[in-house]
Design a binder for this molecule. Structure first.
Ligand code: S3P
Length: 449
């Protein structure tokens, strides 16, 4: 399949004054994907509010529709989903176009793997470079028949098992996507499917599966981590869900407020699940003034408003064990480190090389072009900060179809002497379509190129 060539849309952001005001970030991307998938497996009508309407989640919505669920948009972020029931997904007619979304691809591969249907998964250039072997291997052991492109990549064809087998699997990489793919596959298997994760990763699937009525247990493993088991063939009860704000999106205005002198910002309704709050913990250790206020629960997840003020940051050594709780936040942490006092050492994060782009090399190249001193390592990055002074800037940054690279450099540009040009803003719509609007509310100004 070919798509029409698209003109890149550059972006230049600057701050002429401190950032001020209250903002609300969009719904959590991980939770939004799961809300649509699990609602589509319930018999009856689920209601979801606060759903992220970014391109990635819309790819999941289209796929669930193609497999028989009825999805209706009732208002902004408010959707009704009539599910088909576990075991009753229909054969999709066309290909499933996953766009840029690794989460849609890997989780849906899990769902399809144990249903007697076939599906062809395709994606954009970024997604077509990402490794799928990590889900192909366990799902094949559950009985799926998968023919992938060389290197275990998209496009791939998956024929779900007629008689799927339960699996007991220890994750070789800390990945919530792989864990979730296996648990979702386990829903339509007779017997118990078990995933052991030596290092805990985001647990949204476990929380939501329980809410829908799955027979799921989480037990601590003796050496650390968790053993998660799910029994197949549960009846899913439809749910009323509210999706909390995405901490991975909140990270961008949060770091912007830390870097622009005089800033004082409130970010409302941010999910602070302990498997996702690593960035707040690490920035606080670096000296950031971040106060969680009005702590509460939304949709079975801990949430708070974050009051953030401009802060003098100091470089630290970031322990590799925190990586899974902030895996998507490293690009913006690198930006925060660029204005810290001294060196920030971030190692044990080689997983960043297989995200929407190779985030270690894309960030290292962009930061160096903007005049920041960085040392790239195979498993991480060391950043030498300015001690609070603006970075030189004056560079054009290649975003490599990666939303988080684009937003990270848009934020760095607020703390640069000469403007930084992000070569293409379009990828931002995959996770945070209202990013520029939100930054404008806080006082950031878009320069015309
Ligand atoms: C996600 C898990 C993480 C994360 C991704 C979303 C999820 O990926 O990077 O943005 O929703 O399960 P990995 O499981 O590959 O670490």
């Amino acid at each position: 399949m070919t798509t029409a060539p698209r003109q890149p849309q550059p972006l230049m952001l600057r701050a002429d004054a401190p950032l001020r005001g209250s903002v609300r970030v969009p719904g959590d991307k991980s939770i939004s994907h799961r809300a649509l998938m699990l609602s589509a497996l319930a018999v009856g009508r689920s209601d979801v509010r606060g759903l992220l309407e970014g391109e990635d989640v819309l790819a999941t919505a289209a796929a669930m529709r193609a497999m028989g669920a009825r999805l209706e948009r009732l208002g902004e972020g408010h959707w009704a989903i009539d599910g088909v029931g576990v075991g009753s997904l229909l054969q999709p007619e066309g290909v499933l176009d996953m766009g840029n979304s690794g989460t849609s691809t890997r989780l849906l591969m899990g769902l399809v793997a144990t249903h007697p249907v076939s599906a062809t998964f395709i994606g954009d250039a970024s997604l077509s470079r990402r490794p799928m072997g990590r889900v192909i291997e366990p799902l094949t052991r559950m009985g799926a028949d998968i023919t992938a492109s060389p290197g275990g990549r998209l496009p791939l064809m998956l024929r779900g098992a007629d008689t799927p087998l339960p699996l007991s699997y220890r994750l070789p990489v800390a990945s919530a996507q792989v864990k979730s793919a296996i648990l979702l596959a386990g829903l339509n298997v007779q017997g118990e499917t078990v995933v052991e994760e030596p290092i805990p990763t985001r647990d949204h699937s476990e929380r939501m599966l329980k809410a829908f009525g799955a027979d799921l247990r989480v037990e601590p493993l003796p050496g650390g981590g968790n053993r998660i088991s799910v029994r197949g063939w549960a009846d899913f009860r439809p749910q009323q869900l509210v999706v909390p704000g995405d901490p991975s999106s909140a990270a961008f205005p949060l770091v912007a407020a830390l870097l622009v002198p005089g800033s004082d910002v409130l970010i409302e309704g941010v999910g602070l699940n302990p498997t996702r709050d690593g960035l707040v913990r690490i920035l606080t250790e670096m000296g950031a003034d971040i106060r969680p206020v009005n702590a509460r629960h939304v949709g079975g997840e801990p949430v708070a408003d974050l009051a953030v003020r401009h802060s003098a940051l100091k470089g630290i050594e970031v322990p590799p064990e925190v990586a899974p709780s902030m895996i998507d936040e490293y690009p913006i942490l690198f930006v925060a480190a660029a204005l810290a006092q001294g060196r920030t050492v971030m190692r044990g994060i080689e997983e960043l090389r297989v995200k929407e782009s190779d985030r270690i090399s894309a960030m290292a190249a962009g930061l160096a072009a903007a005049g920041v001193r960085v040392e790239e390592r195979p498993d991480g990055l060391i950043v030498e900060g300015t001690g609070g002074a603006p970075v030189p800037g004056g560079a054009t940054i290649a975003t490599h179809l990666d939303h988080r690279i684009a937003m990270s450099f848009a934020v760095l540009s607020l703390a640069a002497r000469a403007p930084i040009t992000v070569d293409d803003r379009a990828p931002i719509s995959t996770s945070f379509p209202a990013f520029l609007q939100l930054m404008a509310t806080l006082g950031a100004v878009e320069s015309q190129g």
